[in-house]
Design a protein around this ligand. Structure first.
Ligand SMILES: *[C@@H]1O[C@H](CO)[C@@H](O)[C@H](O)[C@H]1NC(C)=O
Ligand SMILES: *[C@@H]1O[C@H](CO)[C@@H](O)[C@H](O)[C@H]1NC(C)=O
Ligand SMILES: *[C@@H]1O[C@H](CO)[C@@H](O)[C@H](O)[C@H]1NC(C)=O
Ligand SMILES: *[C@@H]1O[C@H](CO)[C@@H](O)[C@H](O)[C@H]1NC(C)=O
Ligand SMILES: *[C@@H]1O[C@H](CO)[C@@H](O)[C@H](O)[C@H]1NC(C)=O
Ligand SMILES: *[C@@H]1O[C@H](CO)[C@@H](O)[C@H](O)[C@H]1NC(C)=O
Ligand SMILES: *[C@@H]1O[C@H](CO)[C@@H](O)[C@H](O)[C@H]1NC(C)=O
Ligand SMILES: *[C@@H]1O[C@H](CO)[C@@H](O)[C@H](O)[C@H]1NC(C)=O
Ligand SMILES: *[C@@H]1O[C@H](CO)[C@@H](O)[C@H](O)[C@H]1NC(C)=O
Ligand SMILES: *[C@@H]1O[C@H](CO)[C@@H](O)[C@H](O)[C@H]1NC(C)=O
Ligand SMILES: *[C@@H]1O[C@H](CO)[C@@H](O)[C@H](O)[C@H]1NC(C)=O
Ligand SMILES: *[C@@H]1O[C@H](CO)[C@@H](O)[C@H](O)[C@H]1NC(C)=O
Length: 806
């Protein structure tokens, strides 16, 4: 009896009195870049610097000097800028590590030197390991400044210096940060920088790596990689609880994978600190060597300026270790109209889980519904005037189809919405598997689909259908499909609004359109225009507020950026949502403080750790309906599913666009393709919705026989492998050690009920081989989703299982 009591009492005593073991800090070592420096990025006090090869430079007075800490890594920057070379232009140089060592993660501060647009360059680093094997790491390098979409880096300066400092460009100019997983199968011996890409060169300012822990371990080597006190929250017991995003790493090298070196049972993560209560702990069930797990812990009572402690407990409630000194940022309960406050905002949890949305380009342009290949049909009115002659295919088409007396605004009465049925649309989106939609509420033609009050009569409420189309859609969605989130696209500029002339730029000059056929009138009317004094104050800003506070949009998806009142807007938008108990988000085209990046008809080649969403039309090159496109060219089930899964494996969302007709119908070929994809998502959605990217890589690095590489996604208790080609010869082989342990159950997600576990094994290099009966392969279209469910039995049971599998 006495002995038993002692055994029970000990853990309690220990949790009260024993000092819990503090985890080591996440390690890093600087890489010696200085010997490679061959470029001067920054100018100070008139010194000459030529960052981009065109005489343009950073103004060094705005750049941080010396040690620069970000996300757990302390980089080294010049102690004085503007006095000599301060970066290296990647040009296939090889940096050898003096001591080869197992590496967990690589880090860099960089900028691309292209400018004038917001595109990225794909740069590939080649890593060489001790046994001669290699790994390619892909960086989607952002350019030092981009326009018009915002893509701010971690270090920002208010302008760049042009032509040897004689003038300034007032677009934000940035240095960016990148961290990426490294294979730790073998010690790393050298890093070869990307090949130079003339005109899009990659500049490296500082680099570091985080070594693996290669000690002989009898347990995982855990560290807290990061702890971010976010702007996201959830209601727990009628209290708003803040999400703290915690990343835990197991620093052992991947090659040491076994039960003993992995977390393989429920571990809880709690946070303590002055005033802090953990209301919902985070749960980590599986964390293998070389991997990282990310999890939200919900807390109340945080105070900015204090420090928090993170505690990990195992399934018996025993403290595994703690990590102290994490700076706390309290949950924002009110946003003010300044960059500091608004930049703390981030994409809400629902948006991150949703993955898949439908974009709807519907407006007056849906009537002509025409564009030549590689032009957007919703840009009809622009191309009708640019250029206003036979070298514009749209001008030629218009003249031939409608004659010279019909102007764009004459199409307003043809935009009837006569067959628009909001219930039918929502039902289609739901069956398609979409979790949100974004309706175009006003495109560059300035025609709104919502009630614009006294700002303008150029809307569907006053003209054309004389209906509040947005209200019908939103009200129906709220009533019939409340699980589908509601978003609005809004174009900040208008091509031909006379009040925009004062602000016009680029392809959005403002000012009345000149009649492209030189008939009367010389200037076209801007139908519905009301007399206002300022476009931003009297139209753009009120419209955005209306969408936020009258229609309660959950996504403000702006386009083009340019002149704006977005700081004021964002504060109103976020505070309105907070006051009403929901969470909203804003994209990177509103001119300020973006939550997420929006590559257009483009996706990324590698994992992006910040929020992003690709948008593409179902049409190969149009958002609005283009009747000149053959429907056979639309994205089919295969393309939709594979694009979606690829994006999700890289931490993005997919916003797939459809273009309804002027009558408000979604044509059968578009609806059919959406439904095809929806069928797959119905049985394989577990590998898409509410998943996370896998830290180590998004895809099989070395697929066999020219097959498309499989993609990976994870949840706390599962790991998914989605193959884009049907497995052949009754097996699927993955050339990567995955976070799987003997006893895990792998099933192929099929439309049928037949989802029995498949036999699987690993070879001596850790490659995975799954046996796949041919009969099951044939049941599936578009993509083959294998879901591994972790076997979380107790260690003793697992040891027994491992013997069985040996
Ligand atoms: C630039 O000029 C300012 C003011 O004259 C001076 O304080 C600063 O040290 C100078 N910086 C460099 C790098 O010369
Ligand atoms: C390399 O290893 C040696 C011996 O362990 C050590 O003294 C030295 O500091 C290491 N160098 C680096 C750059 O880590
Ligand atoms: C910038 O200054 C350098 C050195 O004085 C000169 O060679 C170059 O032509 C200048 N470039 C421009 C664009 O003015
Ligand atoms: C940003 O860059 C664009 C493209 O060069 C330019 O037209 C615009 O004037 C710049 N904006 C500012 C605020 O300097
Ligand atoms: C390395 O792992 C061992 C075994 O888990 C652990 O005791 C040690 O603290 C770890 N060292 C570091 C620097 O993380
Ligand atoms: C794991 O631990 C058990 C029990 O301590 C031991 O018998 C076994 O050999 C270990 N396995 C490995 C792979 O280290
Ligand atoms: C929420 O309230 C219930 C019922 O009062 C209570 O049992 C539970 O512990 C509370 N949960 C938290 C996280 O406070
Ligand atoms: C929890 O931790 C304690 C102490 O380290 C250990 O004895 C026990 O086996 C662990 N339990 C599990 C399920 O990991
Ligand atoms: C928080 O921790 C850091 C070290 O991690 C320490 O420098 C700082 O003083 C602490 N702040 C408070 C308020 O305890
Ligand atoms: C529109 O109405 C609002 C509220 O009545 C008023 O404040 C605003 O000045 C009006 N705007 C214009 C352009 O008439
Ligand atoms: C948005 O407006 C702010 C404030 O007027 C301005 O500084 C910023 O340059 C604008 N954004 C864009 C992309 O033009
Ligand atoms: C789907 O579209 C892709 C890309 O256009 C094409 O290669 C494929 O053959 C199509 N699949 C079917 C079943 O039509």
């Amino acid at each position: 009896m006495k002995t038993n009591k002692l055994w029970i009492a000990l853990p309690l005593l220990c949790s009260t009195f024993c000092a819990a073991e503090e985890f080591p800090k996440f390690p890093f070592t600087l890489l010696p870049l200085e010997p490679f420096f061959d470029n001067q990025a920054a100018s100070v006090n008139g010194s000459i610097a030529d960052f981009d090869g065109q005489g343009n430079s950073f103004d060094g007075q705005f750049l941080p000097v010396g040690s620069y800490a970000y996300d757990g890594i302390t980089y080294q920057l010049p102690t004085i800028w503007g006095t000599g070379n301060d970066n290296v232009i990647a040009n296939s140089q090889t940096l050898s590590l003096s001591n080869s060592t197992f590496v967990h993660e690589l880090h860099a501060l960089y900028s691309g030197d292209n400018s004038g647009d917001a595109t990225f360059t794909v740069d590939r680093f080649m890593l060489t390991f001790l046994d001669g094997s290699t790994q390619t790491l892909t960086l989607e390098a952002s350019n030092w400044w981009g326009w018009p979409d915002l893509n701010p880096g971690i270090i920002q300066t208010p302008y760049s210096l042009q032509t040897n400092g004689t003038s300034k460009n007032f677009n934000h100019t940035s240095i960016f940060q990148w961290s990426t997983a490294v294979s730790s199968e073998q010690p790393l011996t050298s890093i070869t920088f990307p090949e130079v890409n003339p005109g899009h060169r990659l500049h490296l300012f500082s680099m570091a790596f985080s070594p693996s822990n290669n000690s002989v371990a009898d347990g995982p080597s855990l560290v807290v990689r990061r702890a971010r006190f976010t702007s996201r929250w959830e209601m727990v017991n009628n209290t708003r609880a803040q999400a703290v995003h915690i990343t835990i790493a197991n620093l052992l090298p991947t090659s040491s994978l076994s039960f003993n070196t992995s977390v393989n049972s429920q571990h809880t993560i709690e946070i303590s600190g002055p005033g802090i209560t953990t209301v919902t702990p985070g749960m980590v069930y599986r964390l293998v060597p070389g991997d990282q797990a990310r999890v939200d812990v919900l807390i109340t009572g945080s105070t900015t300026g204090s420090n928090a402690t993170i505690t990990i407990k195992n399934s018996t409630g025993k403290v595994v270790g703690t990590s102290t000194g994490w700076p706390v940022t309290a949950l924002l309960t009110h946003y003010s109209a300044d960059t500091a406050s608004l930049s703390a905002h981030e994409t809400p949890t629902w948006w991150r889980k949703a993955k898949y949305g439908i974009f709807i380009h519907w407006g007056v342009y849906s009537y002509p519904a025409w564009a030549p290949p590689s032009e957007y049909a919703e840009w009809y009115n622009y191309y009708l005037h640019n250029p206003p002659n036979s070298s514009s295919p749209t001008w030629v088409h218009h003249l031939a189809t409608y004659g010279q007396n019909i102007l764009y605004d004459d199409f307003i009465s043809d935009f009837t919405a006569s067959k628009f049925n909001a219930s039918a649309w929502l039902d289609l989106f739901d069956r398609a598997g979409a979790k949100y939609f974004v309706q175009v509420t006003k495109h560059h033609d300035g025609f709104a689909l919502f009630d614009t009050g006294n700002t303008t009569n150029r809307s569907s409420v006053i003209l054309g259908p004389k209906r509040d189309l947005l209200k019908e859609l939103f009200d129906t969605a709220a009533a019939e499909k409340p699980h589908i989130h509601r978003g609005t696209y809004y174009s900040l500029p208008e091509w031909f609004n006379p009040d925009y002339a004062k602000y016009g730029f680029g392809e959005w000059p403002g000012g009345l359109a000149r009649n492209p056929f030189n008939t009367t009138p010389t200037f076209e009317p801007y139908t519905g225009h009301l007399d206002i004094s300022d476009y931003i104050e009297d139209l753009q800003y009120p419209h955005m507020l209306t969408l936020a506070t009258q229609y309660n949009t959950e996504i403000m998806w702006c386009d083009i950026g340019g002149p704006n009142n977005t700081l004021d807007f964002a504060a109103e938008f976020y505070n309105h949502a907070l006051a009403n108990g929901y969470q909203v988000t804003m994209n990177n085209r509103c001119g300020a403080v973006p939550d997420f990046n929006t590559p257009e008809y483009e996706t990324f080649n590698s994992i992006q750790t910040s929020s992003w969403e690709s948008n593409e039309g179902m049409d190969p090159f149009s958002y609005g309906l283009n009747t000149a496109t053959n429907a056979s060219e639309y994205k089919n089930g295969t393309t939709i599913i594979q694009t979606l899964v690829d994006i999700v494996s890289k931490n993005g969302n997919f916003l797939l666009d459809i273009g309804p007709t002027a009558e408000g119908e979604i044509i059968a070929p578009m609806a059919d393709n959406l439904l095809e994809a929806g069928v797959w998502l119905e049985y394989a959605g577990d590998c898409v919705y509410d998943t996370e990217y896998w830290f180590q890589t998004s895809q099989d690095p070395n697929p066999q026989n020219g097959l498309a590489p499989a993609r990976f996604t994870t949840t706390p208790t599962t790991f998914c492998i989605v193959a884009f080609d049907a497995p052949t010869e009754n097996e699927l082989v993955i050339h990567k050690r995955l976070p799987l342990l003997p006893g895990d159950a792998i099933t192929l997600l099929t439309p049928g009920k037949n989802q029995s576990s498949l036999a699987w094994s690993t070879d001596s290099s850790g490659n995975l081989i799954i046996n796949v009966p041919a009969s099951m392969v044939g049941e599936i279209q578009y993509a083959w989703a294998f879901k591994a469910t972790y076997n979380l039995a107790e260690p003793s049971d697992l040891y027994y299982i491992s013997q069985q599998y040996d």
